[in-house]
Design a protein around this ligand. Sequence first.
Ligand SMILES: [Fe+2]
Length: 187
Amino acid sequence: MKLDEQLEERLKSEAIKYLEQGKPDWDIPHTLATVHWMRQLIEKEGGDERTLVTTMYLHDVGYPELKKGYDFDDLMKSKKHHAQNGAEIAEEILTNLEYSPTEVKTIIKLVGDHYNKENINTHDLQLVIEADGLAKIDWERVTPNFDKENCLKYLDYFKGRTAPQFRTNTGKRSLKELLQKAENYWK
Ligand SMILES: [Fe+2]
């Protein structure tokens, strides 16, 4: 099902209230980029826009607050509980918007699982992880808030952990393009 425009605006403003308390200069533009990439993936790979795009708006609402100038190690620590916290916050947000109980269940499960990448067992979760991953290295769309050293550390981590998780043709094609650009970003 399509995500209604008015509902999307309300969802976005609810999500932003949390995202603006998370990682400065990152969580908001990154989240909007995940929405862009999810729409690209759905177009080619199929999937339900209402649940999947909603998941992207909410997937990172559970990050703890980080101060400007945080580094790679701070980021890694902050990841630990963000998916589970996010699922709780997402449930609160969704119960005040027009989503069915089944949709709420699907979305909060995807939010809660999106960092638990050892077991990608559904097409939906696969798309969530790929949209999230593409938006992490899409540095034309989302300017990195790390310095060169931390950015390159992050890119190594991404190549070791996230890139191997890509499965869809559309995801893999975009990954290849974005990785190439990211490799050249600091040159
Ligand atoms: Fe994310």
